[in-house]
Design a protein around this ligand. Structure first.
Ligand code: M6R
Length: 607
């Protein structure tokens, strides 16, 4: 949530800031702002709405200055209004701050400052930072010391970047539980919430760690440990980057681009790991902890949203293939739950962004228990990737649309590999799964060709206010994920249910206005799903069935989407694709913004 960007160097800061903010807009898009510092002081522009509106406002009258910071907001405290947009400043307009996260003790700080006659202008928690900084500066007379003292007073989660005309060639930054990466250029330096906007300028980066602050000029970058007050020695790392990833190409939006990347996503996740000839799974990231893995007798997977549903598929896979008990917990619940944990428990965090606050907190919770912590993460170098003991990257490339699509595909692929790896070959499914995994990209390509037909179905059904998704066994998590896609993209109310639960309540909702998407693929429980469809039809409910053999649903389903066959364990990787396309086209039919659904942000870095 919230995107932060900053520049110091020989160029005009505004250009990098506006381009960078556009790249970071997936993190929040309620309002936008930037401040640029020059010899005359600070120039601040803030606006409700997207980066493009600020760009339009500045066309022909750019902000001049070679130091500046910007912010794109996802509102937590205070409505999306100009006064709540970042950067925030103090009453004397000396310190300008952008912030991502939540200052939990903001009310205490505010009360203290109000008692000193400080007047606040916004409804945000963030404003206490520049106001406290101004207060500390009056006492200390030194910008850096005042900044560090202010940061030490903050509780909660933050990434903060500050500039001031009092120190017109320096950016000050700090991080606790919210990402910030510094780009080290040639006589210019950059800062951002994620590396994407920086990478076309430099590949040398430093990811700030928790409790680290940075004092950044065009020629230097000093990292200070906030608690110890000492310099921290950090060596920049080189990141790999494919600039094509960030471009739309011929696609109208990122969501459809990313859905169409699914075949390549599976190939990338399997590359070098699935050795079909040798019937071998090689996961270099797990070899480091191979010894510890032998003693694992319980696995807890923590995650949120789509990653949670991918984890549920992982639960079925690991239990069936590796024979290890698994439970999947929503990270937001896990972190507050009291339960026994011991050294033979392994915790796997599944996350596309690697920055989800709840998932990070879940990992932090188990830090003292000696449990092995693995990451199944897409964003390289992200907080979760760095906090875990070992892991397997998803290699899906940058996912920019708020709705997660190819990341789900990559996560399930990686979890299938982990299940096979943990099985040590001791499963009758071993060879068959290896062979089938190899065939999946071509099968997904065949499904993508169904897009025109799915678009027609979406047009037919998108006027409905409610939708039910049902599936059994491996199709149950896919039903949950399909319902999430529909609701977040089209705002149609959708619920996912295990088919077996229908009689226990949901059947009461069914009538001619309440359609069901039934995941009726061939497999052990096909007949049982057919019974569910019969029961829905008997109550007048329209049914769309995702199936392998439409003849089996003749005279029963109102509409069918036929997809290629694979083994049940891998069906989620195929069945998810038509559901993504269906949600996408329903959203378009209803005129929704598919890449930026209302009220959401791509990376949920606050609790
Ligand atoms: O980055 P993460 O995978 O940790 O994010 C988890 C969820 O916030 C995310 O999957 C969310 O549910 C998506 N909007 C779903 O499309």
């Amino acid at each position: 949530m919230c995107g932060i960007i900053g520049y110091v160097g020989p160029e005009q800061a505004q250009n990098f800031i506006l381009d960078g903010l556009a790249t970071l807009e997936y993190r929040g898009y309620d309002s936008t702002g930037l401040v640029v510092i020059n010899d005359d002081g600070a120039k601040l522009v803030r606006s409700v709405g997207r980066v493009s509106s600020v760009r339009d406002e500045l066309a022909g009258k750019p902000l001049i200055g070679k130091l500046g910071i910007g912010h794109t907001r996802w509102a937590t405290h205070g409505a999306p209004l100009e006064r709540n947009a970042h950067p925030h400043t103090d009453s004397d307009k000396q310190f300008y701050v952008v912030h991502n996260g939540i200052v939990e003790n903001f009310q205490d700080i505010k009360t203290m400052l109000e008692a000193q006659s400080v007047t606040f202008k916004s409804d945000t928690d963030t404003e206490v930072i520049p106001q406290l900084l101004a207060y500390n500066y009056k006492k200390l007379g030194d910008v850096k010391e005042a900044f560090l003292k202010t940061i030490r007073s903050l509780k909660g989660a933050y990434s903060v970047v500050m500039v001031t005309p009092l120190s017109p060639d320096t950016m000050y930054a700090a991080r606790l539980s919210s990402p910030l990466v510094i780009g080290i250029g040639d006589k210019e330096n950059f800062i951002a919430s994620d590396p994407t906007p920086i990478m076309e300028h430099t590949k040398k980066v430093i990811f700030l760690n928790d409790y680290e602050a940075a004092v950044i000029t065009a020629e230097s970058c000093e990292i200070i440990h906030i608690k110890k007050g000492k310099l921290a020695k950090r060596i920049p790392e080189e990141l790999e980057y494919d600039p094509e990833q960030a471009l739309l190409g011929d696609h109208p939006n990122f969501m459809i681009k990313e859905v169409y990347e699914a075949p390549q996503t599976v190939r990338s996740a399997l590359l070098g790991r699935l050795r079909v000839e040798q019937k071998l799974i090689k996961l270099g990231g797990l070899e480091l902890v191979e010894e510890q893995l032998r003693y694992i007798d319980r696995i807890i997977i923590v995650s949120c949203g789509t990653s949670f549903y991918a984890s549920l598929v992982g639960e079925y896979l690991i239990e069936e293939i590796a024979g290890i008990p698994v439970e999947v917990q929503q990270a937001s619940e896990f972190k507050y739950r009291v339960e026994p944990l011991n050294r033979s428990t392994m915790v796997i965090a599944v996350s596309q962004s690697g920055e989800t606050a709840d998932t990070l907190a879940a990992l932090e919770k188990v830090a003292g228990y000696g449990v092995l912590r693995l990451g199944v993460v897409n964003a390289v170098g992200s907080s979760i990737a760095r906090l875990t003991d070992a892991g397997v990257y998803c290699h899906a490339g940058s996912e920019q649309s708020v709705a997660s699509t190819k990341a789900f595909i990559a996560q399930v692929t990686v979890l299938a590999l982990i299940a096979l790896y943990l099985s040590d070959g001791n499963t009758p499914l071993y060879e068959e799964m290896i062979n089938e995994l190899d065939k999946l990209p071509a099968k997904i390509e065949a499904i993508l060709k169904l897009e025109p037909a799915i678009k027609k179905l979406a047009k037919k059904y998108s006027h409905h206010r409610d939708f039910l998704y049902i599936g059994r066994r491996y199709m149950y998590p896919v039903a949950l994920e399909g319902a999430l896609k529909l609701k977040e993209l089209s705002y149609i109310h959708a619920e996912g249910y295990a088919g077996g639960e229908m009689k226990h309540g949901p059947l009461a909702m069914i009538d001619e206005n309440f359609p069901t998407m039934a995941l009726a693929l061939d497999g052990e429980l096909f007949e049982k799903t057919m019974s569910n469809i019969q029961e829905i039809k008997a109550r007048g409910g329209p049914v769309i069935a995702i199936c392998n053999d439409p003849a089996k649903l003749k005279d029963l389903a109102d509409d069918v989407i036929k997809i290629p066959k694979t083994i049940e364990q891998l069906q989620p990787l195929l069945a998810a694709i038509p559901l993504q396309l269906f949600a996408y086209h329903c959203a378009l039919a209803l005129g929704r913004n598919v890449d930026r659904p209302r009220n959401l942000a791509k990376s949920v870095t606050v609790e």
